[in-house]
Design a protein around this ligand. Structure first.
Ligand code: B12
Length: 209
C-alpha cells in the first residue's frame, strides 16, 4: 500500500478500495497531512486538470469526488481530533448556485479539529441564510466557499448583509477562483488559500475582538 494507490483510486474514479487504502496508510503511521495532500488533494487537482482539458466529463468528475469523500471520511477523526479548546462557532457553506463541497468540508473538518464549533449550511446557500445562521448561532466567523467564478458575486452579497447587520461575526472567503484581491474588494475580513490557512485565519480573526 502506498499514497500512490490512494491517488490512483481517485483518478480512476474507483471507490471500492479507497477506505482500506487510507486506513492502511494511517495504520502504517504515514503523516496525515501527506495522505491528505499527496493522496487526496493532488488527485482531485489532476482530475480537475483533465476536465479542464476536455479529457473527462462531469459524471467522471462526480465519481472522483465521491471517491475522495470516502477517503476523507476515513481521515476525518484524525483531522478533527487534534485540538479541543472551545473557540466559538463558525457558520460555513458553499454560496448560492454552487454545489462544490469537498474543499468546504475539508475546511470545516480542520476548523473543528482546531476547536471551533461548526454549523455547516451545506451547498447552494443564499446570502440571507448565512446572515440568519450567524445571528441564530452567535457566530464568531462566517466562512463562504465558491468554486465557480459565476458564484463569487454571492460572496459579496453575503459579506455586505453581515456587515450591514452590525454583527460581531467576521467573514472569510475561499475556494479555487477566489483571491486575496477579491476578498479585499468585497470587504471580507479574510481570505484563505487552503484549509490549513483557513485555520490560521480563523484563529487570528477570532482572537482580535
Ligand atoms: C469535483 C468537481 C466537481 C464536482 C463537485 C462534487 C462535490 N461534491 O464537490 C461536480 C461534478 C458536481 C462538479 C460540477 C461542476 N463543475 Co466542478 N469541479 C470539480 C473539481 C474537479 C475539483 C474541486 C475540488 O473538490 N477540489 C478539491 C478541494 C480540496 O479543493 P478546493 O475546493 O479548491 O478547496 C480548497 C481551497 O480552495 C480552500 N477553500 C475552499 N473553500 C474555502 C472556503 C474558505 C472560507 C476558505 C478560507 C478556504 C476555502 O481550501 C480547500 C482545501 O484546501 C474542480 C477543478 C479544481 N481543480 O478545482 C472543478 C471545477 C471547479 N468545476 C468546474 C465546472 C465548470 C463545473 C460545472 C459547471 C460543470 C458542468 N458543466 O456542469 C458544474 C457546476 C455545478 C454547480 N452548480 O456547482 C470548473 C469551474 C470553472 C470556473 N472557474 O468557474 C472547475 C475549475 C473545472 C475546470 N477546470 O474547468 N464539479
Amino acid at each position: 500500500m502506498a499514497i500512490q494507490d490512494i491517488f490512483q483510486s481517485i483518478v480512476a474514479f474507483n471507490d471500492a478500495h479507497i477506505a482500506e487504502q487510507v486506513q492502511a496508510e494511517i495504520d502504517a503511521g504515514t503523516d496525515i497531512a501527506s495522505i491528505l495532500n499527496e493522496g487526496l488533494i493532488q488527485a482531485m487537482d489532476a482530475v480537475g486538470k483533465q476536465f479542464g482539458e476536455g479529457k473527462l466529463f462531469v459524471p467522471e468528475m462526480l465519481r472522483a469526488a465521491q471517491t475522495m469523500k470516502v477517503g476523507l471520511e476515513v481521515l476525518r477523526p484524525h483531522l478533527a481530533g487534534a485540538e479541543r479548546e472551545e473557540r466559538g462557532t463558525v457558520v460555513i457553506g458553499t454560496v448560492k448556485g454552487d454545489l462544490h463541497d469537498i474543499g468546504k468540508n475539508l475546511v470545516a473538518m480542520l476548523l473543528e479539529g482546531a476547536g471551533f464549533t461548526i454549523v455547516d449550511l451545506g451547498v447552494d446557500v443564499e446570502p440571507e441564510k448565512f446572515l440568519e445562521a450567524a445571528k441564530a448561532y452567535d457566530a464568531r466567523l462566517v466562512a463562504m466557499s465558491a468554486l465557480l467564478t459565476t458564484t463569487m458575486p454571492q460572496m459579496e452579497r453575503g459579506v455586505r448583509l453581515i456587515r450591514e447587520a452590525g454583527l460581531h461575526a467576521k467573514t472569510v472567503v475561499g475556494g479555487a477562483p477566489v483571491t486575496e484581491d477579491f476578498a479585499i474588494k468585497i470587504s471580507a475580513d479574510g481570505y484563505g488559500a487552503d484549509a490549513p490557512s483557513a485555520v490560521e485565519l480563523a484563529r487570528t480573526l477570532t482572537s482580535e475582538r
